[in-house]
Design a protein around this ligand. Structure first.
Ligand SMILES: Cc1cc2nc3c(=O)[nH]c(=O)nc-3n(C[C@H](O)[C@H](O)[C@H](O)COP(=O)(O)OP(=O)(O)OC[C@H]3O[C@@H](n4cnc5c(N)ncnc54)[C@H](O)[C@@H]3O)c2cc1C
Length: 404
């Protein structure tokens, strides 16, 4: 049975996040965006709230909550700051769940635990200059030498790539093998040597307060013990990470839609034209009605995906669909929110302009709008179906902390 009411604990969690957003994010969000200035303390602040390992079992250092909690966090953080939500979803959605689902028990204790506790930050490095939507075209090479691998190649557009302590990097052991050569590695910045360098990408259209980087791998070293999954399993690892990442993007987008709605309602009450508030004009009402409709749709879609995940089910279809619909709707609502405000919205520093620029990224990353459209068609046509998920995260409440 699906229960759409939040429990008392979930409401408390949501309240705590709203209070955090208003206190820690809202005062600086416009300036950080204007100055392209990511908050260096952001991850530590998220860690204080237990968010990095929010849905990881307590025995691996997490908070032991469930997927809905992660969705609530993404929605509430993006309501205020999409760059902050990106940091959480890359860490908790893309990086950490991959290591949980595909890692060995040793890797979960050694690599996952510090990520879940929030003492180390993770990122996910798949995209290359010539391999974005087409993961098959990936060229970063992994050469095994004794008990370590050397990685050579370049990753681009990597969120948190300039600050993450642990990079989940995808490389091929043999390009001739296509996807069956792709292998996942947990690259520890402290162990990789001088062959790992990164530099931030400047002058982005949106998500300016998010660290997005180029990562250079020039014989970066990775202990063989940090290979996640078997050689050749990396494509499957990447796709399962993307299931969780898309879920985070979808729930975050609901936050943007709600922010657009709240802002537009307030402005429509306050702005007077022809002696009445603009909320009385039907064409303004149409835009606001669209936002109210889209918020409900977005919320239902991400909650359905979260519910499926809590059941331990594969949510590839639900997450991709929610990501596709919600990111498109968020971008459309941001455009309408700007329109409701007229010239006021057109200022580069208006929240509506920021929502518009930031939401544009969600139509590109973690599978473009076109890739999501293609996936939806393939599911409908029966060309694609979901197999059982590997090692699902247990639904909340989990079994509690590990015995010492
Ligand atoms: C802000 C930001 C943050 C990012 N963070 C990360 C990250 O943390 N980690 C990471 O690995 N990557 C990250 N990316 C990269 C992102 O995932 C890629 O940009 C994305 O997968 C698209 O790849 P591409 O840019 O190479 O576009 P391409 O794949 O070259 O696509 C170009 C165009 O062709 C279309 N297209 C491609 N294939 C098809 C097809 N089969 N059918 C129809 N149309 C198609 C696309 O939809 C697009 O419109 C980030 C990108 C951005 C903008």
């Amino acid at each position: 049975m699906i229960d759409l009411d939040l429990t008392a604990e979930q409401r408390q969690f949501q309240e705590m996040l709203r209070e955090f957003g208003a206190r820690e994010l809202a005062p600086e969000v416009a300036r950080r965006d204007r100055d392209s200035d990511p908050d260096p303390e952001l991850f530590a602040k998220l860690a204080q709230l237990g968010l990095p390992g929010v849905c990881v079992p307590q025995r691996y250092g997490g908070a032991g909550l469930d997927w809905l909690a992660l969705g609530i966090a993404c929605e509430e953080l993006e309501y205020v700051d999409a760059s902050c939500r990106t940091a959480l979803s890359v860490h908790a959605g893309l990086c950490l769940t991959g290591i949980y689902q595909w890692g060995t028990e040793d890797q979960r204790q050694r690599l996952l635990r510090p990520l879940a506790e929030g003492t180390r930050q993770g990122c996910f490095a798949l995209t290359e200059p010539d391999a974005g939507s087409d993961v098959r075209a990936l060229r970063t090479r992994a050469h095994k030498e004794g008990d370590l691998y050397r990685l050579r190649g370049q990753k681009v557009w990597i969120s948190m790539g300039d600050r993450a302590d642990l990079l989940l990097v995808f490389a091929t052991v043999d390009p001739e093998l296509g996807t069956r050569g792709i292998t996942a590695f947990a690259v520890d910045r402290d162990l990789a040597g001088p062959g790992l360098r990164s530099e931030p990408i400047k002058h982005k259209y949106g998500l300016r307060a998010s660290d997005t980087a180029v990562v250079y791998l020039d014989d970066a070293m990775v202990p063989a013990a940090n290979r996640i999954g078997e050689e050749g399993e990396g494509f499957k690892v990447a796709m399962s990470c993307l299931d969780s990442g898309r879920y985070c993007v979808a729930s975050g987008a609901a936050g943007t839609i709600r922010a657009c709605l709240d802002m537009s309602v307030a402005y429509a009450h306050q702005r007077q034209v022809q002696g009445q508030e603009i909320g009385r004009f039907q064409l303004v009402q149409q835009m606001i009605a669209g936002m109210a409709r889209d918020y409900d749709i977005a919320r239902l879609l991400w909650m359905r995906a979260g519910w499926a995940k809590n059941q331990g089910r594969r949510s590839s279809r639900e997450s991709a669909l929610a990501k596709w619909v919600n990111s498109e709707r968020a971008n459309r609502c941001a455009d309408d929110a700007l329109q409701v405000q007229g010239a006021t919205g057109f200022s580069e520093e208006s929240p509506a302009a920021r929502y518009l620029r930031n939401s544009r990224a969600t139509l590109i990353y973690e599978g473009t709008r076109e890739v999501q459209t293609q996936l939806a068609a393939e599911y409908a046509l029966g060309y694609r179906e979901d197999r059982p998920v590997r090692c699902p995260l247990p639904a909340w409440p989990d079994e509690g902390p590990a015995s010492p």
